[in-house]
Design a protein around this ligand. Structure first.
Ligand code: 2U9
Length: 341
C-alpha cells in the first residue's frame, strides 16, 4: 500500500504544471516542503514491515530527489525568463505606430510626365551646369551685347569679375549638345534656372524649365506644331486645344508663344484664363541660323525647332495651384496631397 503511494506521488510530481512562480510555491507546499506529501511518507516509515523498510526508504529517497530536481530546474527556467524583462513585459496587443510614407513633389510628378511624353517621340535627355559662362547662356544664343537679360537686374552674376552666371534658361545645355554632337538631334533638357526677380505668388527667382531641341534636315514649322500638339494632348487631355501667337526671341526665327485652351473653363472664360479662354504654357520657334552657325552646324543643310516651357506653370494649371511659393515652402499639408511613393 505504502509503495503504491510513492508511485502515485511520483506520477503527480512528474505531471505537475510548473509554468509560473505561484505554481512553483504550491508544488513546494504540496510535495517537497516540511509538511508536504513526501515528508508524510517519510513519517509513515514506522508503519512499514521491517523487512521492507530498506527498499521503502530507497524508493522514497529517489522520489524526493526527483521532486527537488524538478523544482530546481523549473525555478531556474523562470528566473532566467524573469531577467529578460523586455520580452516578458512587452504588450503585443498594443496598436502599431503607423509608418508615414512620403509623397513625390508636384514638380517632380509634372517633370516626369513631360519627359515620358517626349521620350515616346524619340527625345533623349541632356543636362548641363547651373553655373554657366556668358557664351553658353547668352552669346551663342544670339543675345545682343546690350540685351536687358544681360543686366544685373535680370541675371545673377557669380564672382568678382562677373564672368560666370546662374543660367537663366536651360538653352545653355542645348548649346553644349549642339557643340558636341552632330544632327540629327532630338533632346530635352529639364532643369533649374535663375532670374533676378522679386518673389511673389506669380514669380520666383528660382524655377524649373523644360526645353526641347530638334535638329535635322528638312525640319519645318509644321514639325514644331505637330510635336507640341501631340505633347499637349497627352499632357492635358485629348479635348485640349493649342494655338500659336507670333513672338520674338533672339534665338528663334520665326518665334511663337504656345497657348492651350483653359483647363478649368474649357475655353468659356474664367478667372484662371482672365476671361480669354486661353493660357500660356511656353514659347517656341525655328532655331535662328546664326545660333546653328555659332555651334558649327551648317544652316544650309540643317534646320530645327526649339521650345521652352515652365514646369511650375504647368503644375499650377494641372493641379490648380494659385501661389508659386507653395512649391518651395515644404509645407507637408501641401505636399501630402500628391501621389505617394
Ligand atoms: C537653342 C536654341 C533655341 C528654346 C526656347 C522659348 C522659346 C521660351 C520660355 C518659356 C517660359 C522659358 O520657362 S520659360 O520662362 N522659353 O519661350 N525657349 S524657344 O529655344 C532654344 C533653345 C536652345 C540652342
Amino acid at each position: 500500500m505504502k509503495f503504491e503511494e510513492i508511485a502515485q506521488v511520483a506520477q503527480e510530481v512528474a505531471a505537475y504544471d510548473l509554468t509560473n512562480k505561484e505554481q512553483l510555491e504550491q508544488f513546494r507546499n504540496l510535495y517537497t516542503g516540511r509538511k508536504g506529501r513526501i515528508a508524510d511518507l517519510f513519517d509513515g516509515i514506522k508503519n512499514v514491515a521491517p523487512e521492507q523498510r530498506k527498499a521503502y526508504g530507497q524508493e522514497l529517497n529517489a522520489l524526493k530527489e526527483q521532486a527537488l530536481a524538478r523544482f530546481k530546474e523549473k525555478q531556474e527556467e523562470l528566473e532566467a525568463a524573469g531577467n529578460n524583462q523586455t520580452e516578458t513585459n512587452f504588450d503585443f496587443t498594443l496598436p502599431v505606430v503607423p509608418q508615414t510614407l512620403g509623397t513625390r513633389h508636384p514638380l517632380t510628378l509634372v517633370r516626369e510626365e513631360i519627359i515620358r511624353i517626349f521620350e515616346r517621340m524619340g527625345f533623349n535627355l541632356s543636362e548641363g551646369p547651373e553655373i554657366e559662362d556668358d557664351w553658353h547662356n547668352f552669346s551663342a544664343l544670339n543675345f545682343p551685347e546690350n540685351h536687358p537679360a544681360r543686366d544685373m537686374q535680370d541675371t545673377f552674376f557669380v564672382g568678382a569679375d562677373a564672368t560666370m552666371l546662374l543660367r537663366t534658361h536651360t538653352s545653355s545645355v542645348q548649346v553644349r549638345v549642339m557643340e558636341n554632337e552632330k544632327p540629327p538631334i532630338r533632346t530635352l533638357s529639364p532643369g533649374r534656372v535663375y532670374r533676378n526677380e522679386a518673389i511673389s505668388a506669380r514669380a520666383h527667382c528660382i524655377f524649373h524649365q523644360v526645353e526641347g531641341l530638334f535638329i535635322d534636315e528638312n525640319v519645318s514649322f509644321a514639325d514644331l506644331k505637330q510635336t507640341l500638339y501631340y505633347f499637349v494632348q497627352e499632357m492635358f487631355g485629348a479635348d485640349t486645344q493649342i494655338r500659336f501667337r507670333p513672338s520674338f526671341f533672339p534665338f528663334t526665327e520665326p518665334s511663337a508663344e504656345i497657348d492651350i485652351s483653359c483647363l478649368i473653363c474649357k475655353g468659356a472664360g474664367c478667372n484662371i484664363c482672365k476671361q480669354t479662354g486661353w493660357v500660356e504654357i511656353g514659347g517656341s520657334g525655328m532655331v535662328d541660323p546664326e545660333v546653328l552657325r555659332n555651334c558649327e552646324i551648317d544652316p544650309e543643310r540643317y534646320s530645327g525647332f526649339a521650345f521652352g516651357m515652365g514646369i511650375e506653370r504647368m503644375a499650377m494649371l494641372k493641379y490648380q495651384i494659385k501661389d508659386l511659393r507653395l512649391f518651395t515652402e515644404n509645407d507637408v499639408r501641401f505636399l501630402r496631397q500628391f501621389e505617394s511613393l
